[in-house]
Ligand binder design. Structure first.
Ligand code: SF4
Ligand code: SF4
Length: 129
């Protein structure tokens, strides 16, 4: 079965990321102090992408969007986000163009061998059953 993204937007609405947001803020503050940030910087620097393009939402809002997130294993730094590139039809505005490779551009395999994992959303093109 060919696995392909159907661009349904479910895995981006919300995004679930385990990340230390204080570290992100500190990193960006130091690295990009007095720097004019370019789009190139954003798509090549995951932490800058998180800082510039994602907005954290509450777990309640995330669970309303995707109820099964309630039972996913959580990390102490699990956060839920909306992405500025997801339009109101739940399509990624930069799909196949500029998505950061190690953030969402490489999802779900990130250059590794394909894995069949049923944790993907219902209807996801990478889901085996
Ligand atoms: S849930 Fe699957 S099919 Fe939908 S956007 Fe994400 S990767 Fe693509
Ligand atoms: S850039 Fe596109 S694929 Fe990546 S998180 Fe944002 S909406 Fe999702």
């Amino acid at each position: 079965m060919k696995q392909i993204c159907k661009e349904c937007g479910k895995c981006c609405n919300p995004l679930v990321i385990n990340i230390d947001l204080d570290m992100v803020n500190e990193y960006v503050k130091v690295k990009y102090k007095n720097v004019i940030v370019t789009l190139d910087d954003i798509v090549n620097d995951d932490l800058l992408f998180v800082y510039m393009c994602l907005t954290e939402i509450s777990s309640e809002k995330a669970f309303n969007l995707v109820p099964k997130l309630k039972i996913w294993k959580k990390h102490e730094n699990t956060h839920y986000f909306e992405c500025m590139f997801l339009n109101k039809d739940k399509k990624c505005l930069i799909h196949n163009k500029l998505r950061p490779e190690s953030m969402c551009g490489g999802y779900p395999f990130y250059g590794e061998d394909e894995v069949f994992d049923n944790r993907y959303h219902k209807g996801c093109g990478y889901r085996s059953v």
